[in-house]
Design a protein around this ligand. Structure first.
Ligand code: NAP
Length: 318
């Protein structure tokens, strides 16, 4: 935790980074090396969603793969080594404020307000919910959004994975370490995830696929006992017995309240719009990583964007 000066309004950072995942930590590393006075605010442990990954296999330089939290710990070590200051607090709002004839950004957190000349929003995203009856009530009682966190509770149990993207496929493969049987329930008859993961899924004897099915409800008294599934092609509804449901139905961006700035920053799907330099329409606000409107959400793309955002901030400050 950084020791803060008392005179808050005169203590204006040159840049504040919101979020300490791969994008934010890379931006912090670069800004520290540019000797830009930067503060990174992270609500929990540095690393964001990567902390939920058991092994990252496609981050270059680690041919054997690397454990997600370990990679993120290394990112943090490297950034703080060059002087990045990190505080743990939840950012509630980003707003603009006039102070001594200058427009600064006010970053309001659960602990206090911070001020800066520029902001990098790198607050990432989180798993989407299915929104079906039983999902919320049985979360932690058989419903999970993280195989790495909860897989070990399902040793020799039959589980369902919902979704057909990279996350669902990776997690289904990971969960075969514990579960006796994994059934992937997908709403279409074609998977969205990458071909290499599809091959592994099709070749895994513990994984079955239930195509063109949607979950109507998750049922059980105190623990998950079954799902109501509907075949969207035939209309048939069945009760499917299982002890666990892992939901990987996509992703949505997370960011603090942006007040009146939001209208100029966000697209129809809720992601933050930037140009190739990570600049938003509002001068001094930049965004990078999973919170951005883009097609590929990977650690490696987040890093590239973090570096680009830092470069743009440095130019902006000049
Ligand atoms: P995603 O690619 O958006 O896939 C979400 C999956 O959930 C899709 O198959 C989607 O079905 C399904 N889905 C969405 N809403 C649903 C609902 N209400 N009911 C049932 N199914 C629903 O999300 P993701 O897999 O989390 O991946 C997010 C990003 O991270 C992607 O860009 C992905 O490539 C990347 N990622 C990469 C890796 C890797 O390369 N190792 C690992 C993890 C994630 P439809 O297909 O019908 O839309």
């Amino acid at each position: 935790m950084v020791k803060e000066e008392k005179n808050i309004k005169n203590n204006v950072y040159e840049s504040i980074i919101v979020g300490g995942g791969p994008a934010g930590l890379t931006a912090g590393l670069y800004l520290s090396r540019y000797r830009v006075n930067t503060l990174l605010i992270e609500k929990g442990i540095s690393g964001g969603q990567v902390n939920l990954s058991e092994t990252i296999e496609n981050y270059p330089g680690f041919p054997e793969g690397i454990i997600g939290p370990e990679l993120m710990q290394r990112f943090e070590e490297q950034a703080t080594k060059f002087g990045l200051k990190i505080v743990n607090s939840t950012v509630l709002e980003i707003s603009q404020e006039q102070h001594e004839n200058k427009t600064n950004f006010k970053i309001s957190t659960t602990d206090r307000d911070f001020y800066s000349k520029s902001v990098i929003i790198a607050s990432g995203g989180e798993a989407s919910k299915l929104g079906v009856p039983g999902e919320i009530e049985l979360t932690g009682r058989g419903v999970s959004y993280c195989g790495t966190c909860d897989g070990a509770f399902f040793r020799d149990k039959e589980i369902v994975v919902v979704g057909g993207g990279d996350t669902a496929l990776e997690e289904a493969l990971f969960l075969t370490k514990y579960a006796s049987k994994v059934t992937i329930v997908h709403r279409r008859d074609e998977l969205r995830g990458s071909k290499i993961l599809q091959e592994r899924v099709f070749n895994n004897p513990k994984i079955n696929l239930k195509w063109s099915n949607i979950v109507l409800s998750i049922d059980g008294k105190t623990q998950v006992e079954s799902l109501q599934l509907k075949n969207v092609k035939t209309g048939e509804i069945i009760t499917f017995s299982c002890q666990g449901v892992f939901i990987f139905a996509g992703y949505k961006p997370i960011y603090p309240s942006l007040g009146e700035l939001k209208e100029r920053l966000v697209n129809d799907s809720g992601y933050i719009i930037t140009d190739d330099n990570m600049e938003t329409e509002i001068k001094g606000i930049f965004a990078c990583g999973d919170v951005r409107a883009k097609s590929l959400r990977q650690v490696v793309t987040a890093c590239g964007e973090g570096a680009t955002a830092a470069f743009s901030v440095e130019l902006f400050l000049k």
